[in-house]
Design a protein around this ligand. Sequence first.
Ligand SMILES: [Cu+2]
Length: 518
Amino acid sequence: MTETSRPVAGALSRRQLFSRSAGLAGAAALATAALPRSALAALPELVSASGPGTAAPLVPPPVRGRAPYRPVVTLNGWTLPWRADAQGVKEFHLVAEPVDRELAPGMTARLWGYNGSSPGPTIEVVEGDRVRLFVTNRLPEAHAVHWHGQRLPAGMDGVAGLTQPAIPPGKTFVYEFTARRPGTFMYHPHADEMVQMAMGLYGMWVTHPREPNRHPLIDEVQRDFCILMGAFDIEPGASHPKVMTMTDFNLWTWNGRVFPGIDTLNVRQGDKVRLRVANLTMTNHPVHLHGHEFTVTATGGGPVPRSARYPDVTVDIGVGQSRDIEFIADEPGDWALHCHKSHHTMNAMGHDVPTLIGVDPAAVAPAIQQVVPDYMPMGHAGMHEMGEMEMPLPDNTLPMMTGTGPFGALGMGGMFTLLKVRPDQPHGDYRDPGPYRHPAGTVARDWTGPTPGPARPTSAATPAAAPGHEGHAGHTSHGSAPAPAPAPAGPTLQAHRPGVDRPATGASASGHRGHTGH
Ligand SMILES: [Cu+2]
């Protein structure tokens, strides 16, 4: 082993893998590819990953006189090891190639990625680092990598045809620049982008501040997570994405995974947490966190001035944007973290389902069953039951909504996972602590006591004009007392005792039938 390759080897030997699934079967397995020594004599070792597990953070080797940065964790992903040359330039080797990616148990997609995974590995460096990136193209077509958001010489910007010749299949190009500003970045192709990004070629890049304990706008955190959002259109039963799709994607991924395949964010109560969320799909994603307020502390353009920060619980992340959000995880529990577009928390089978709400299946089902004996009326009371039953599916696809929690079906898919906050989660431990144990008396429950009716006007008496509304219609008599306005036709309020009186409108428990005249 040479002197210069030691950081890579050291990083690998320290690398510990963890995964929700026990054992190594579901975890990322890293391997140095066996290539002819002559072919890569001058290149850094090629490190690739297989399996969708979350790799432990890549702890940096100590640098004298400098505080170490806290490495990020890429959910269901990993950080690319590097080697330093004699001048201290950090050298990385990315290989664009076809990869198989399990999106969730039961479905594997045939994608393009980097170093065995889609997304490719996260690249993690320090402000001021000189960085040299070797990019080998093992795709069947030309490639180029754009270092999204970086300050760099124009010729290193990675736009095929504009700033460089495209990288032909089989060739390796080298990029070199200084990571000038700290922040959250991405890398992605700028050659046949529509196809190559639809196939899953992209990754994240984090540049830590040079003095992580002293930056005026970038705070130290105890947990630092990366999420890169993607989208695919894969027909049920197929495994290659349809690359011409513009709007109608059916799989919405975080780091190349969909619920229930996305690992959870496991933190210790009181930790300051940073999520770096970036979007390389074809639409925006309002990312919503339950149970906490957060602050957007950085965009793709760098840290937000403190005077411009404000609290929120949802942040919309546009295409090509990234947002760093930070919060103190001070509420114990299992908290949903998801895209708030409800179609983005569904999986492939959720599309092209007819709406049956309002249809009485008792009248229709026997007639259909004469033609289709297996026909099962579904959806007339909503879709929740689809999350509860196991239905036969085509090979290699995922149910529309799925996942089971301690209280039953979640009925989710796509861009959904959990933030798990525990008082006894050890510092720096990212393992899944299991389901939250709620303190007694703190879970919403079936009400079994008496249900007194509300104090409201009874019967359908015409309501009197509301106080304060009188006189507002008196346009005709300026200077004198206005004529009383006719009582406005407001809603008719009725009180009825649940379980005793029948509702007079005919609204049934299913809510929508008898919703006749408006
Ligand atoms: Cu979304």
